[in-house]
Design a protein around this ligand. Structure first.
Ligand SMILES: *[C@@H]1O[C@H](CO)[C@@H](O)[C@H](O)[C@H]1NC(C)=O
Ligand SMILES: *[C@@H]1O[C@H](CO)[C@@H](O)[C@H](O)[C@H]1NC(C)=O
Ligand SMILES: *[C@@H]1O[C@H](CO)[C@@H](O)[C@H](O)[C@H]1NC(C)=O
Length: 448
């Protein structure tokens, strides 16, 4: 802790006042599932997932994830949310792929794999915790190019990569604020990073106050307006919310520490960088993150109201229950998708995604029969020979394996925990039998 205090004194002293939670989470599972984008079916590419063990093939907004999960890989026992991103692979010069291991970030304890999660409350603005059923996505897995970032816009720096010169937490490439700075790029670093690479995934922190989700899982949230000070970075950014998305929610940031340095001696002799994201992205522009809220009851709101530690140390938040390393590392999920994705060199990226270099957007890969068909429990293995065909892009990617797509509940009655009112709400206000429409705030009422 002494070094931690020194670090804060040395590097963050000049930042504007803010409160935050910063905590490590171990790996829950790594597999080809994405209950937001491709519910009910195998996802086109691998994700690395952390958080509560209610993570599943489908996760309807009506589920109370906070009470369904029986354990979580995150530091706070109350946080049963799920957080996921693409995985990273090293492409060996001999053409095979090895999943790049994730290692604990600085000062998060002995987590196994996983990520560091932040819930930041910038300045003195009051933040509203996400409602039950809330989810969002940032980034686009099919992107293969980007415009040079405008430091004045926080959204330009939402997705970036930090190239660490060394693993020394006091070194300049570690202490520099994340965002608009000399150590971060919006594409994968093109040089060897001696200390590894950290992905930074910052979600929009302004909400429309109405919808727990939207068709593309993005349009119900927006980034704040205003200019980012490069010396302060995106964490201390305090811009105001646009009128379309007036409700300030926590600024959620994921940091993933990829142990890329272990592969530095095996780089191709032509100097090209050999790291790829699991959707066949060697550029990094397709980096994306998914968030599925699952805090128990009102625990996140209580933490936002009462935990005001500027450096976000978990033990400083007595409102919540801190778990030991042993407890979080004991929460693991067996993959539902039966295929090899890590721990050895594999011949092809899971889902058989070819590397697509852009700059045009990547095309969707029809991966149903890849590797003779990975299976989900209860499905029939496919008899077809392995094939990989590239088809034209579709707005909503879906692969076709196994179980039929579940349909959302029909009829006018809103399911339990669904939205039933609030300013501007035009949908039904009738809740299913056994639940009542409760006003949570002026923007949002929920069936409870
Ligand atoms: C996943 O969903 C299935 C079908 O609803 C259910 O049987 C199973 O228990 C769920 N698994 C978890 C981990 O919640
Ligand atoms: C590729 O190189 C790795 C690392 O040396 C090795 O383990 C693997 O067997 C090689 N695969 C092929 C197909 O040569
Ligand atoms: C989501 O949909 C909205 C409305 O159709 C659109 O304006 C927005 O650009 C989309 N966002 C993403 C990230 O696809």
């Amino acid at each position: 802790m002494l070094r931690f205090s020194l670090l804060l004194a040395a590097t963050w002293a000049s930042l504007p006042a803010r409160a935050q939670l910063r905590f490590g989470c171990s790996q829950l599972v790594t597999q080809r599932l994405d209950p937001l984008v491709t519910p009910g079916v195998i996802s086109p590419h691998v994700h690395q997932i952390i958080g509560g063990n209610a993570f599943n093939l489908t996760m309807d907004t009506s589920l109370d994830v906070g009470s369904l999960a029986t354990c979580t890989t995150c530091r706070f026992k109350e946080d049963k949310s799920n957080y996921w991103t693409a995985a990273m692979y090293f492409k060996h010069p001999n053409g095979t792929f090895f999943r790049v291991p994730q290692i604990p970030n600085h000062f998060v304890g002995e987590t196994k794999g996983g990520m560091t999660v932040y819930y930041v409350q910038p300045g003195s603005q009051k933040v509203t915790a996400f409602p039950r059923g809330f989810r969002m996505i940032v980034g686009d897995p099919y992107l293969r190019t980007g415009v040079p970032s405008d430091p004045a816009k926080v959204g330009s720096w939402g997705l970036s990569f930090r190239c660490w010169d060394s693993s020394d937490p006091m070194g300049p490439s570690n202490t520099y604020p994340p965002g608009a700075g000399q150590y971060d790029t919006v594409h994968l670093p093109k040089k060897k990073c001696n200390g590894g690479i950290r992905s930074n995934i910052l979600f929009p922190s302004c909400w429309d106050g109405k919808s727990t989700d939207s068709p593309n899982h993005s349009s119900h949230v927006a980034y704040p307006l205003g200019t980012v000070n490069a010396n302060v970075g995106i964490l201390g950014f305090t811009g105001t919310c646009p009128s379309t998305h007036p409700v300030r929610v926590p600024h959620v940031l994921y940091e993933t520490y990829w142990d890329t340095a272990r592969f530095n001696s095996m780089w191709p002799t032509d100097g090209s960088q050999p790291l790829v994201l699991s959707m066949g992205d060697p550029t990094g522009y397709g980096q994306h993150g998914d968030y599925l809220f699952g805090w128990e009851g009102d625990s996140l709101q209580r933490a936002m109201d009462k935990c005001r530690d500027g450096s976000g140390r978990p033990e400083a938040c007595t409102e919540l229950t801190v778990q030991t390393d042993a407890q979080i590392n004991a929460c693991v999920q067996k993959p539902l998708v039966d295929e090899k994705v890590e721990g050895e060199y594999i011949a092809r990226l899971p889902g058989c995604n070819p590397l697509q270099y852009g700059p045009e957007p990547a095309t969707m890969v029809e991966s149903a029969n890849c590797n003779a068909g990975p299976t989900l429990p209860g499905s029939q293995p496919t008899a077809t020979a392995p094939t990989t065909t590239v088809v034209t892009p579709t707005p909503t990617p879906t692969t076709t394996v196994a179980n039929p797509q579940p349909t959302a509940p029909q009829g006018p009655a809103i399911p339990k925990y669904g939205q039933c009112g609030g300013n501007g709400w035009t949908g039904s206000t009738t809740c299913v039998a056994g639940s009542t429409c409760i006003k949570l705030n002026e923007w949002y009422s929920q069936c409870q």
